[in-house]
Design a protein around this ligand. Structure first.
Ligand code: ATP
Length: 258
């Protein structure tokens, strides 16, 4: 694939296609996340954002094109401890009997490749819980938490693994503004430490200053790419407010803040 010089690619999609339920959902998506970059996927409901990230984490098989993680084809990639994934909330919540600390510690276990946690690991778990503002709830079962608090637990779980590539599907959904700011600050620290981030967003919110590139999807394709979207004038941030009801329709370009 032709590429401009830039940071070493951590994730590369080259004309990726994917099908779900017998329907083509990704129609040739190309994008790259370089080391230390933060890339946001934007677009209307149904444009294919979640499918892109689920393809990157190997949950949706790619039917065409190339998808590489840390230089390896995703099909043969085996070092998943380098990747942290926070799925869309609705797919992860509910009926979990574990406590907040146990769920977050599971993230650290992945980093330790299932070897027992040491004192430093336990301290990292407590730090992650504190960062997302749940220190006082650490011993409670996660199913006793609100939706937004649950989301913060999943974020802490991903952060405590200190992954090289952090993938988050709408991490801000249902999270109050204060917690969004906490997440932005935490992400900034991770990125300063060299992490790369690919995340699905509906609006940039407090994460805007962190984002190197916004990739706007429409109908399973990249409609456009915007560098440093925070530098755009207020009101022209790249979001797409409408649902995509008819996937075969011609894509239309819209801008606006949701
Ligand atoms: N399991 C499935 N079977 C069939 N079609 C699916 C399945 N999951 C998703 N789709 C379809 O694939 C398309 C893309 O879905 P996807 O979840 O990737 O969109 P999205 O951009 O993440 O949307 P949202 O903003 O609503 O989360 C949609 O038209 C959706 O209906």
């Amino acid at each position: 694939m032709e590429r401009e010089a830039g940071p070493e690619p951590v994730t590369e999609l080259d004309e990726v296609t994917a099908e779900l339920g017998g329907r083509t959902v990704l129609r040739g998506v190309s994008l790259t996340v370089g080391r230390g970059e933060v890339v946001a996927l934007l677009g209307a409901n149904g444009s294919g954002k979640s499918t892109v990230v689920r393809a990157v984490v190997g949950q949706v098989p790619v039917t065409g094109g190339g998808l590489r993680l840390f230089g390896h084809p995703v099909r043969s990639f085996g070092d998943w401890s380098r990747v942290g994934y926070v799925p869309q909330r609705s797919t992860a919540a509910g009926g979990v009997p574990a406590t907040v600390r146990e769920v977050v510690a599971a993230g650290r276990l992945a980093r330790r490749r299932l070897r027992p946690l040491r004192r430093a690991d336990r301290a990292a778990v407590d730090r992650a819980i504190e960062r997302v503002g749940l220190a006082e709830r650490a011993g409670e079962p996660v199913d006793a938490l609100s939706g937004g608090q649950h989301q913060r637990v999943l974020i802490a779980r991903a952060l405590t693994a200190e992954p090289e590539l952090l993938i988050m599907d709408e991490p801000l959904a249902g999270v109050d503004l204060d917690s969004q700011r906490v997440l932005a600050e935490t992400l900034r620290t991770q990125v300063e430490g060299g992490a790369s981030v690919l995340l699905v967003l509906h609006e940039l919110g407090p994460l805007a200053p962190l984002i190197d590139r916004a990739v706007v999807l429409g109908h399973g394709r990249v409609e456009r790419t915007v560098d440093r979207p925070a530098l755009l004038p207020e009101g022209s941030h790249p979001c797409h407010p409408a649902d995509e009801l008819e996937p075969s329709a011609e894509p239309t370009l819209q801008t606006g803040v949701l």
